[in-house]
Write a protein that binds this ligand. Sequence first.
Ligand code: GLN
Length: 190
Amino acid sequence: MKKIGVLSLQGAVSEHIDKLGNFEGIQPCAVKYKHEIEAVDALIIPGGESTAIGKLLSDFDLSGIIKSRILAGMPVWGTCAGMVILAKKIRNDERRHLEVMDIEVMRNGYGRQIDSFSTSVRLTEISQGEIPLVFIRAPYVVGADSKVKVLLRINENIVACRQDNMLATSFHPELTEDLSFHRYFAGMCG
Ligand code: GLN
C-alpha cells in the first residue's frame, strides 16, 4: 500500500483525495504536520494560491522536511500553484518556495481569473484517450533545464513536465472526470 499525502494548507485538497481513491494499492490522505509528511510515500501539492501556500509552508516550518524528502527521491506532483511552489525560478515574483525543480515559471501566465479556460489534448505518454485540461489563473513554464522532460506544450508554453521524481502541471486534473494524470502519478509512486 502506498500512502500519497495531499498537502492540506490551502487549495484543492479533497478533489485530489477523491481521485486517488480510485486506485488499488493507494491510500490517500490530507497532510499538514511534519510527522504526517514524514509518514507518506509521495506528496501532491495542490492548486490554490501559491503565495498563501508558500506563507503557510514557512509559518508551519514545513519547507525543510518537504524539500529534503523530495531531494531524497519522494515522488511529488505540483498542480497549478503547486508548480509555482516547486519551481527554482519565478519570472514575475521575487518570492521563492521549495526551489527543487529546474524550471522557470510565469505566475498567472494566462491572465486573470476571467481568462481561465479549458481544452483537451491527446497525450499518448499519459493516456490513450483525450485528456480534458482545466486552467485557472494558471502558471506555465517559460524555461526548463535539459534535466526536465517536457510532457506537454500549449502554444509554445510548457504546461506539463517531469524531472525524475517531480511532476508539475499547470492545469487541474482533479477538477475533471479524467483519471489519467492521477494514474500516471500513482505509477511514479511504484
Ligand atoms: N495563480 C495562482 C498562483 O500563482 C495559481 C492558481 C491555481 O492554483 N489555480 O498562486
